[in-house]
Design a protein around this ligand. Structure first.
Ligand SMILES: [Zn+2]
Length: 325
């Protein structure tokens, strides 16, 4: 048993209480700019009702904890997450972080230096304050840092967040999840964090399942960090492969001894802030119980034991959040 604690939106709990954990989902997400769309404002109640019914379905499937990976600039709402957790009993871990340059809100920080600020110090102060004092006046602390990079490049803007995150991870024992765009730059992300002194067991390179190259995936694992296979159900579009390819990758990784380096999730968005979206067939299987309902039975049939599944769903999240090997 570990004495280590993790911040959930309702307060600190022992990591041993996490149970089966989804490492990257979104109860509500909005692309920056949605909050200027006055025709679709005041959506809190609608988002709350939807999130509660989603959380109930997740709990019923046997999952007891979810990381909400919504970045600060994409509609992260700690008060919403807290109400959902209180209403349902689902453990929810909120994030602190910013999205990648192309789909985030870079103008605010890109102009800071010209407007008398210091971008690096500003970002560090935000991370540090959220983990030590809470988010705004809510008193709610995030439990994980979220970082993101662009397709085939880590921009100077994105690198600022990596530097600040590394410091706070080391000072406050906080773990880090990332967004890679279409499964690129995962190795470079790991190198940036590890060279700054971050403990590899505290790093998950996210959306790695968007890259089906086994050499890429194994090279990430060889750095000692976690491979985030966290976009199950998004199939054949949006830079994502079909689940059949993910299954082959996952079975291969388990087969060569990397079950202790795998974290999984679906990256679902369950409510979109702003205007309704039309998603198309890529998202037909994109829902938060898809892994448990549809993928786990296939893995079992392929010979994956309950103990390996528990390692991936339960033990690896505990090791990731507690920083223990
Ligand atoms: Zn996401």
């Amino acid at each position: 048993m570990s004495q280590k604690k993790i911040n959930t939106v309702t307060g600190e709990i022992s990591v041993d209480k996490l149970g089966k954990t989804l490492m990257h989902e979104h109860f509500a997400f909005g692309y920056p700019g949605y909050n200027g769309d006055s025709i679709y404002s005041d959506q809190f109640e609608e988002a709350l009702n939807n999130s509660i019914s989603v959380a109930e379905k997740i709990l019923k499937s046997g999952i007891s904890s979810v990381v909400d990976a919504t970045p600060n600039d994409c509609g992260r709402d700690p008060a919403l997450l807290k109400k959902v957790s209180e209403a349902t009993g689902l453990n929810i871990i909120a994030s602190s972080g910013y999205y990648y340059q192309g789909e985030g809100a870079p103008a605010y920080f890109l102009t800071r230096n010209a407007l008398g600020g210091n971008r690096d110090e500003d970002i560090y102060e935000i991370f540090k304050t959220e983990f030590t004092k809470g988010i705004g006046k809510t008193g709610i602390k995030p439990g994980v840092i979220k970082l993101a990079t662009s397709k085939n490049i880590i921009t100077e803007y994105e690198e600022c967040f990596f530097k600040a995150a590394a410091k706070v991870s080391i000072e406050e024992n906080i773990s880090i999840i990332t967004h890679t765009q279409e499964g690129t730059q995962g190795l470079e992300q790991a190198d940036l964090l590890l060279s700054a002194g971050v403990d590899p067991v505290r790093v998950m390179i996210g959306h790695s399942c968007c890259n089906t190259d086994m050499d890429y995936l194994m090279s990430i694992a060889e750095k000692g960090v976690f491979i985030g296979l966290d976009r199950w159900g998004l199939q054949g579009g949006w830079g994502c492969p079909y689940d059949s390819r993910r299954i082959a990758n996952l079975l291969g990784l388990i087969g060569v001894g990397y079950a202790d380096k795998i974290l999984i999730s679906q990256d679902t968005v369950n409510f979109w802030w702003g205007r309704p979206v039309a998603l198309g067939s890529v998202t037909d299987t994109w829902h938060p119980t898809h892994l448990v309902d549809n993928i786990v039975p296939i893995l079992k049939k392929a010979g994956v034991s309950d103990s390996v599944l528990n390692q991936i769903f339960i033990d690896n999240p505990i090791r990731f959040f507690s920083g223990s090997r």
